[in-house]
Design a protein. Structure first.
Length: 235
């Protein structure tokens, strides 16, 4: 079962992400004046946090909807394999474009790990709010050089951010997904109409985009970069 309102919310996050990446690509190819610092300027870093939070919250809520519909473990693993496979492709593609800062544990890698944890934690229901808060606060309290290594920085308990184009560690971001899961579970019981209600026709394209979020994520950057390079060649 699909819930257009939830899909539209995820679609809105995808549109914001695409606009953010378009600006990043223009800056990367020297087409923004003045040149922007996407790694330190709060104007861009805060946007990234909001986009990522929206996407992860929707992923948690979507998991709640799927579980309410009786999603089996085999079906879960089929969807999980798609996410993990795309994460691998992102790593390979980024290694060609950014050989010194390729993506080893980006948003899709993080989602793949977090989905498994959230699926196992789903029966805790109301306790998910507290677990989410703990996940968000833990990396603020615990950091150790051991986790700065390439094979451990996925935890998020680092003393310094790794050099990479995208990094979405399990902590603190698991907390956002758990909150989305908890909110989705609550809504399915107490306010199901919030998700199942009708969507204005004007917003239907966002719902369609939200249903194909993984495909859109994988295709939007090649399309944007290809368009920019083609425009430069024509000019």
């Amino acid at each position: 079962m699909r819930f257009d309102r939830l899909d539209a919310l995820r679609g809105l996050a995808m549109v914001w992400m695409a606009l953010f990446h378009f600006a990043f690509d223009l800056n990367h190819y020297g087409l923004l004046d003045p040149r922007q610092n996407f790694y330190r300027d709060p104007f861009w870093t805060v946007q990234r946090s909001f986009i990522l939070s929206g996407f992860l919250f929707c992923a948690g809520a979507a998991l709640a909807v799927a579980l309410d519909a009786g999603q089996s473990w085999p079906r879960f693993w089929r969807r999980w394999a798609q996410v993990a496979g795309c994460a691998l492709l992102v790593s390979i593609g980024s290694a060609f474009m950014f050989p010194k800062s390729w993506i080893g544990f980006g948003v899709l890698h993080g989602i793949a790990v977090m989905l498994v944890i959230a699926r196992l934690a789903a029966p805790l229901r109301g306790w998910l709010w507290m677990l989410g808060a703990m996940a968000i606060s833990l990396p603020m309290q615990v950091q150790h050089p051991f986790f700065d290594q390439a094979w451990t920085h996925w935890t998020g308990l680092v003393t310094r951010k790794p050099i990479t184009e995208d990094w979405v560690p399990v902590l603190p971001w698991l907390g956002v997904m758990l909150w989305g899961l908890a909110a989705g579970q609550w809504a399915m019981v107490q306010r199901r109409h919030w998700l199942a209600g009708p969507l204005p026709r004007l917003l239907q394209p966002l719902a369609v985009l939200g249903r194909w979020s993984l495909s859109f994520y994988m295709l939007h950057q090649p399309v944007l970069i290809g368009g920019i390079l083609a425009a430069r060649m024509l000019k």
